[in-house]
Design a protein around this ligand. Structure first.
Ligand code: CA
Length: 249
C-alpha cells in the first residue's frame, strides 16, 4: 500500500493543542512534584521511572509526522540506562526532541557532558519549580520559533526524509547520504511509483549541463540501495523497470 504523504503541520501553539512533556525521574517525590507543577501550567504529562521505559516511549513511531513528545525532562541518575545514555541514544537515532537534563550532578564537567551529548538545557537539583517551568517554556517556545525541526517530512514505509534538514532515517536509524543520493531520494519520494529514465534522472539531479553517461545514475542507485534496502539485490524501494529506468515504491 502506498503510504507516502507530505505533512506540513502548523506549530502546536497555533492550533491550540497542549504541549506534551515526558518526565523521566526515578525519585517519586521529585517526579510527583514536577508533574503537579507542569500539569498546573496546562501541559500534558507522561512519566517514566527509568531509562528503558523512557526510550520505549520516545521511540514510538511518529504519528502524522509528530514526535510523541514536545519536550523531555531527564534525570541523569537512573536505574539501568542512565540519563546521559538515553540522551546520547536519542540523538544518535536522529531524534530532535528538546531535552532538559535535571540532575544532582552539578559540576561543570557534568553540565558540559550533558550538553555535549545533545541536551538543550541543564538544571541542577535542588531547583526551584518556577525556574524549571521558565526553562520548559523557553525550550518549547524556541522549538516553535525554529519551526518544528522534524517537519515537513516525507515518509514511505520505513524511510523518512526531512527535506529542510537533509536528513534521512531508515528503520529508525539515521543514514548518511551524499548530496546526489539525497537529491535522488528526495525526487523519488516526491513522485512515488513514477518511472524515471536514466536521462531524466541525470537532468533532474545532476543538471542538464552534466557531462557524463547514464552509468553514473546506475552507480548512485546501487549506493542508495545499499543504504536503504534490507536486501539490495532484491530492492523493495528503488525498483528497476526493465527497458525504462527506475521507480520508487
Ligand atoms: Ca535519580
Amino acid at each position: 500500500m502506498l503510504t507516502l504523504e507530505l505533512i506540513k503541520r502548523p506549530p502546536r501553539a497555533e492550533i491550540g493543542q497542549m504541549s506534551r512533556i515526558l518526565v523521566v525521574e526515578d525519585e517519586e517525590l521529585i517526579r510527583d512534584m514536577v508533574v503537579l507543577a507542569l500539569e498546573a501550567e496546562g501541559y500534558a504529562i507522561a512519566t517514566a521511572a527509568e531509562g528503558r521505559t523512557a526510550l520505549a516511549l520516545l521511540q514510538a513511531e511518529p504519528m502524522l509526522g509528530e514526535l510523541p513528545f514536545d519536550l523531555v525532562i531527564l534525570d541523569l541518575m537512573l536505574p539501568q540506562i542512565n540519563g546521559l545514555d538515553v540522551c546520547r541514544l536519542l540523538r544518535h537515532q536522529g531524534n530532535p526532541v528538546p531535552i532538559l537534563i535535571l540532575s544532582a550532578k552539578g559540576s561543570e564537567t557534568d553540565r558540559v557532558l550533558g550538553l555535549e551529548v545533545g541536551a538543550d538545557d541543564y538544571l541542577t537539583k535542588p531547583f526551584s519549580i518556577r525556574e524549571l517551568i521558565a526553562r520548559c517554556r523557553a525550550l518549547l517556545r524556541r522549538q516553535r520559533f525554529v519551526g518544528l525541526p522534524q517537519l515537513p517530512m516525507l515518509q514511505f514505509k520505513e524511510i523518512t526524509l526531512y527535506p529542510q534538514e537533509c536528513r534521512v532515517l531508515v528503520r529508525g536509524q539515521e543514514v548518511n547520504l551524499s548530496p546526489k543520493e539525497f537529491r535522488l531520494l528526495d525526487l523519488f519520494m516526491n513522485h512515488p511509483r513514477r518511472v524515471w529514465s536514466r536521462e531524466h534522472l541525470l537532468d533532474q539531479v545532476w543538471g542538464a549541463d552534466f557531462v557524463g553517461d547514464s552509468k553514473t545514475v546506475d552507480v548512485h542507485i546501487r549506493w542508495l540501495r545499499e543504504k536503504l534496502e534490507l536486501d539490495p539485490s532484491h530492492p523493495e524501494y528503488i525498483v528497476t523497470v526493465r527497458g525504462f529506468g527506475y521507480r520508487f515504491g
